[in-house]
Design a protein around this ligand. Structure first.
Ligand code: R5P
Length: 285
């Protein structure tokens, strides 16, 4: 196995290769003056199973990934696994209003064509991957998140909405504590309303678990609802920390006790490595 690191996922790719004890090649990529992408995998040939690790967010990374798939195929890769730690466009997973594109399906179409297998980490909805024309598997970060909080005081795990309830349950089960979810209404991209918690949080150390933090609006509203319900402390963990604009600073300034995410997107909060679950999946198959 040889791991190829795309520009979005250098540390994660390197860590994965080191856990597997296999070859690692950092792909070279640059932009021409007109903005077009150029990639090169500096090897004479790749007569091996190859895994490319690269996100599909932001948009520029999609083109880089497609070019990397072509480069490794041309170098003779026996099989190609595309690891997409953060699968961008997954939230537009259906046509909500007539005339819209089904963006998640489009991403599956183009990525699936260039490889034999796709691995994702906590994709927004696993069902999206059915659009791929190749084998696929979504890896779960819940165990890694729970591992981070083992030994810290957590009494109760909350999902900020019903969609994240399954993830919260997995983390709660691993920690051996109860879980629940809040009721969320999204008013706009930056505005979220969360109903008061029906579960008592009085004096409890609470952990909110979500798949991603984008603008941070969901977490700010969830934190407020839980604080109003009497929580002693509120921590937050997500898999993908997009932290648009000043979201991370806003969250850190909003008296949350811990803000932590996986390194599917690298930032100062990405303290939980997804490398062990990616390496295990690559080792198994
Ligand atoms: C929504 O369904 C997702 O699970 C997240 O809760 C959401 O995308 C977070 O976005 P934001 O941080 O902008 O509220």
């Amino acid at each position: 196995m040889i791991i190829i690191g795309g520009s979005s996922s250098r540390d994660l790719a390197k860590d994965t290769a080191s856990l597997l004890g296999c070859g690692y090649v950092q792909a070279f990529s640059m932009r021409f003056p007109d903005g077009e992408c150029y990639v090169r995998v500096d090897r004479e040939s790749l007569d091996d199973d190859v895994a490319i690790i690269q996100n599909t967010h932001p948009d520029a990374n999609i083109v880089e990934l497609l070019l990397l798939q072509d480069a490794v195929r041309t170098l003779g890769a026996r099989t190609i696994t595309t690891v997409v730690p953060y699968f961008g466009y997954a939230r537009q997973d259906r046509v909500f209003k007539p005339g819209e594109a089904e963006s998640a399906k489009v991403m599956c179409d183009i990525i699936g064509r260039g490889c034999d297998r796709v691995l994702t980490v906590d994709i927004h909805k696993e069902d999206t991957l059915r659009h791929l024309s190749c084998r696929y598997r979504d890896l779960k970060a819940a165990g890694m998140i729970a591992g981070y909080f083992k030994g810290r005081s957590i009494d109760l795990v909350f999902a900020p909405d019903a969609g994240a309830a399954g993830r919260a349950k997995e983390v709660a089960d691993a920690l051996g504590v109860p879980h629940d979810h809040l009721e969320k209404t999204r008013l706009s991209a930056f505005e979220v309303r969360i109903a008061p918690s029906a579960t008592s949080c009085e004096g409890k150390d609470v952990l909110i678990v979500d798949d991603m933090i984008s603008t941070g609006s969901t977490i700010v509203a969830a934190k407020q609802a839980l604080a109003e319900a009497g929580a002693k402390s509120v921590s937050v963990a997500c898999t993908h920390g997009l932290f648009i604009g000043d979201a991370l600073e806003r969250l850190r300034g909003s008296s949350l006790d811990v803000v932590v995410c996986c390194n599917t997107i690298e930032s100062s909060a990405s303290l939980i490595s997804a490398a062990p679950i990616i390496a295990a999946a690559l080792r198994e198959e």
